[in-house]
Design a protein. Structure first.
Length: 65
């Protein structure tokens, strides 16, 4: 599997997008999984699988400290 991927997602009538199959496979995104949408008005947006985001936050801000 390639480590980098660029795909195109079309925005539907309701503002929904389909994450390209290759990207879903790369990040093991399954139906029902949640994603976090990070936005910066100047830099753009990123979509991150919520579990990856939560794991990163746990490393930055561990419990009990």
């Amino acid at each position: 599997m390639r480590e980098k991927f660029v795909g195109i997602a079309k925005v539907g009538e309701k503002g929904q997008i389909v994450i390209p199959k290759e990207a879903r496979e790369m990040f093991d995104i399954k139906p029902g999984d949640s994603v976090v949408v990070l936005c910066d008005a100047k830099k753009g947006m990123a979509i991150v699988k919520s579990q990856i985001f939560e794991d990163t936050m746990d490393k930055i801000m561990p419990e009990g400290k």
